[in-house]
Design a protein around this ligand. Structure first.
Ligand code: C2E
Ligand code: MG
Ligand code: MG
Ligand code: MG
Length: 283
């Protein structure tokens, strides 16, 4: 079939679309019950301050164990949840789990840790995010300064007045804002003037080629320079090797996150990870 050209190509394309559509419908149906059936879990990926070697906290990443499909990637189901509006409920649930866990780890680690939670466009634009954050903080007992919200550049770019004022209110509460996947959008950067942002998360695509790739190294250097000039912090994502970590340290990046430090893990595993780190520090 693949040998046929022209019209057949279109047929194959259509069937592909049809399959994708069916898959999304399956996900959409399943998602409605996923929370009630306890099929969702939150995993945590550690973040480390490069200069001190201290663990600063973790990013919360949602996981879905579907009864028939098995593990479904958030890259697949978050967009579906976003279209459907379910992401508002799922996002609030993730935030509550993450903040509760973070309160426990901080006691365990003996110093305040931070947790980063991804916030989708829909949550930012259409829901009363402010109320959710207030409720989650009071339910979990977490200090606002320990909660970081990650928004993507595209949300920031499409920012309307309502988003800017919502973000301003969050920052006034003491919550931190990070720009996720920074450098992958087609932005003029002018939104950085308009929006209150604390940290830039340097996208994995810039980290991959370090230390050899000159273009990527220059990009990372430029992002870190920009962050410095604006008084923002830097977090590099997708750090997979010692060489990448060393290079980022040389370039002046503050915090790293990636498989080299640890893959996303359950809360129990993260506590074990912390205890390993704590004994390292005690030596
Ligand atoms: P993200 O926020 O940019 O998260 C980073 C992704 O990179 C995660 O994929 C993480 O597992 C992966 N990663 C981390 N370190 C490495 C590394 O060293 N190498 C490689 N190759 N990958 C690494 P994951 O968990 O599949 O999540 C995908 C995306 O789904 C996230 O990208 C985020 O945009 C979204 N997402 C995840 N959880 C949530 C959530 O609770 N709410 C919302 N709205 N979105 C979420
Ligand atoms: Mg993120
Ligand atoms: Mg990211
Ligand atoms: Mg990314």
């Amino acid at each position: 079939e693949a040998k046929h050209l022209g019209g057949d190509g279109i047929v194959v394309f259509d069937r592909d679309l049809e399959l994708r559509h069916q898959y999304r419908q399956t996900l959409k149906k399943g998602l409605k019950n996923a929370l009630a059936r306890s099929e969702l879990r939150v995993f945590y990926q550690p973040q480390m301050h490069l200069e001190s070697g201290l663990i600063t906290g973790a990013e919360a990443l949602v996981r879905w164990q579907h009864e028939e499909l098995g593990q479904v990637s958030p890259a697949d189901f978050i967009p579906v949840a976003e279209d459907d509006g379910l992401v508002v409920e799922i996002g609030a649930w993730v935030m509550l789990q993450a903040c509760r866990e973070c309160t426990r780890w901080s006691q365990y680690y003996g110093r305040p840790l931070a947790v980063s939670v991804n916030v989708s466009a829909r949550q930012m634009l259409h829901s009363n995010l402010l109320l959710t954050v207030e409720r989650v903080l009071s339910d979990s007992g977490l200090s606002p300064s320990q909660l970081e919200l990650e928004i993507t550049e595209s949300v920031a770019i499409s920012a309307r007045e309502s988003v800017a004022s919502q973000m301003q209110a969050l920052v006034s509460m003491g919550v931190t804002i990070a720009l996720d996947d920074f450098g992958t959008g087609y932005s003029s950067l002018s939104y950085l003037n308009l929006l209150p942002v604390n940290n830039l998360k340097i996208d994995r695509s810039f980290v991959q080629g370090l230390p050899q790739d000159n273009v990527q190294a220059s990009s990372v250097r430029a992002i870190i320079g920009l962050a410095r000039n604006l008084g923002l912090g830097t977090i590099a994502e997708g750090v997979e090797t010692r060489a990448q970590s060393d290079c980022l340290a040389r370039l002046g990046c503050q915090i790293i996150q990636g498989y080299w430090l640890g893959k996303p893990m359950s809360d129990v595993q993260f506590r074990e990870f912390l205890s390993g780190r704590r004994s390292l520090l005690a030596v």
